[in-house]
Design a protein around this ligand. Structure first.
Ligand SMILES: Cc1cc2nc3c(=O)[nH]c(=O)nc-3n(C[C@H](O)[C@H](O)[C@H](O)COP(=O)(O)O)c2cc1C
Length: 392
């Protein structure tokens, strides 16, 4: 029997609300993945396929979700992942996300291609946030961006390595984002969609400006629109990057360096060799190479190779507190969530994201308590039925 659906109770509920609030092109941009979206679906399904063990009659009067990571204390092992163009989905989304992350005692990661720039996010509070960077052709720009982030209190740099070439996203093509739409198609996808989403139109399009890539605006002065910015960024992505460039970056950055986008055990060893302080096991939320395995599938192999030398973070398909506990059991120290935080902000603004993180936390407490691991920091493969072997 269907419910009244008055209050969102899951990430999927926020997703559905976001789908109603956002123009179709924007919703598809966040919701979609590369190709036939096989990897996108696997990401979610693989966490669902894992089974937790139920262990009872242990003292669970004091379950705790906090962990230590990279010298920080996280109230729960959840990090808001870098999401480009967040501020076009919800009013100054990156600022709202930072506020909520502060409230929940977890890190927020600002994307290179965010709408809100580093200084606007830093103005929220003195609590440090993480900054994500891609290697740009112009290393001078890279160095300037690093310096600006440092000057605004960033001490953890997330360096994304899985964007050497852009994934082909069918939904974006179908929606005309790559060009080719007829005149009527442009009107239908633009003005008609905007006019039929008044909440977004008022809060984001009319009152949410400036709608540009805040961190790079100064380097692309002739860019007038978001597509102009995107063209500039695409021309700046450097496909020649290799581990030597990361070694160079390591020398430039005095803070913690997190390498994001590793899915192979040998690559994880290389990331460790060039000085990564942490690794994000990730396929970019299924947005890059369709057909690769999920982070959940690859994580145990990578954890076995890395042997705890550097903390592992996993992302892709984490949709609940139970998934967080499963990720810890597979060998992660924490997870990143991407789409969920954008769905929540697009659906209900700051209150929505607060509610969603509260749900994650409550679900984590339940999962920790009923799997017999009161402390998140102690979770190991024993928390999974058959040690999670049904995924391998
Ligand atoms: C709309 C969108 C934009 C993204 N932009 C970036 C980005 O700018 N930098 C980056 O490193 N990852 C980016 N990602 C990937 C996320 O950081 C993260 O790896 C992914 O969303 C995790 O999967 P999930 O959405 O299933 O949680 C983006 C993801 C989405 C959905």
């Amino acid at each position: 029997m269907s419910s009244l659906n008055l209050v969102p109770a899951s990430v999927e509920d926020f997703r559905r609300r976001a789908a109603k609030r956002l123009p179709r092109t924007l919703f598809d941009y966040i919701d979609g993945g590369a190709g036939a979206e096989v990897t996108l679906h696997d990401n979610v399904r693989d966490f669902q396929k894992l089974r937790l063990s139920q262990r009872v009659m242990r003292d669970i009067s004091d379950t705790r979700t906090d962990i230590d990571l990279l010298g920080e204390k996280l109230a729960m092992p959840v990090i808001l992942a870098p999401v480009g163009m967040g501020g076009i989905m919800a009013h100054r989304a990156e600022v709202q996300a930072k506020r909520v992350a502060d409230k929940f005692g977890i890190p927020f990661t600002l994307s290179t291609v965010a709408i809100c720039p580093v200084d606007e996010v830093a103005a929220v509070s003195d609590t440090p946030f993480w900054f994500q960077l891609y290697m740009l052709r112009d290393r001078g720009v890279v160095l300037e961006m690093l310096q600006r982030a440092w000057d605004h209190g960033v001490r953890t740099l997330v360096f994304t390595v899985d964007l050497g070439v852009m994934g082909t996203r069918y939904r974006d093509i179908r929606n005309g984002m790559a060009g080719g739409a007829s005149l009527w198609g442009k009107i239908r996808g633009g003005p008609v969609e905007y006019a039929t989403h008044p909440h977004w139109l008022w809060n984001v399009a009319l009152r949410g400006g400036p709608l540009k890539f805040g961190n790079i605006a100064k380097y692309a002065p002739s860019a007038r629109s978001l597509p102009d910015f995107k063209t500039w960024v695409d021309s700046q992505f450097d496909p020649s990057v290799d581990w030597n460039d990361i070694a160079w970056l390591r020398e430039q950055w005095k803070g913690k360096l997190v390498i994001k986008g590793v899915l192979d055990p040998q690559d994880a060893l290389d990331a460790r060799r060039v000085g990564a302080d942490a690794i994000v096991v990730s396929n970019h939320g299924g947005r890059q190479l369709d057909g690769v395995a999920s982070g959940a599938t690859m994580l145990p192999q990578i954890a076995d190779k890395i042997q705890g030398d550097v903390p592992l973070i996993v992302d892709g398909g984490v949709r609940s507190g139970q998934d967080v506990v499963k990720a810890l059991a597979l060998g992660a120290k924490a997870v990143m969530i991407g789409r969920p935080w954008i769905y929540a902000l697009a659906a209900q603004g700051q209150a929505g994201l607060e509610r969603m993180l509260a749900l994650f936390k409550a679900d984590m407490h339940t999962a920790l308590g009923l799997s017999g691991y009161p402390l998140a920091r102690d979770v190991d493969r024993g928390a999974l039925l058959d040690h999670g072997k049904n995924l391998s």
